[in-house]
Design a protein around this ligand. Structure first.
Ligand code: FES
Length: 110
């Protein structure tokens, strides 16, 4: 994808996730975007455990009752500030962050 926003804010529920593809360092990558009120954070949609996607179907992410993002493959759970794995097989590792910003009601690569 080139030039456009990753996703518009109204496509993201507050506290919810979105998924899109974008060109990062020259490669097309799947990205998970998390909305937290007026802020968004984004990471590569790649689990540090075994390199699988985090979603169970494109754009469908699991969130635990504790508010953690749960990898659909083997259940690693990630906190949503820094993307650190706080439970499961890759505890202590982190998702790879993607720098994004909000502009004109949409999320863009920063
Ligand atoms: S690939 Fe995510 S927990 Fe194994």
């Amino acid at each position: 994808m080139s030039g456009g926003p990753l996703v518009t804010l109204d496509q993201l529920a507050d506290g919810g996730f979105g998924e899109t593809e974008a060109t990062v360092d020259g490669d097309t990558e799947s990205i998970v975007i998390y909305r937290d009120g007026d802020r968004v954070r984004a990471w590569m949609n790649v689990c540090p455990h075994a390199g699988r996607r985090l979603d169970w179907a494109p754009g469908q992410f699991l969130k635990s009752r504790e508010g953690l993002l749960v990898c659909a493959a083997h259940g690693a759970s990630f906190e949503l500030q820094g993307g650190e794995c706080v439970g499961g097989p890759c505890r202590g590792e982190s998702l790879r962050p993607v720098a994004v910003e909000i502009r004109d009601g949409a999320v863009w690569l920063a």
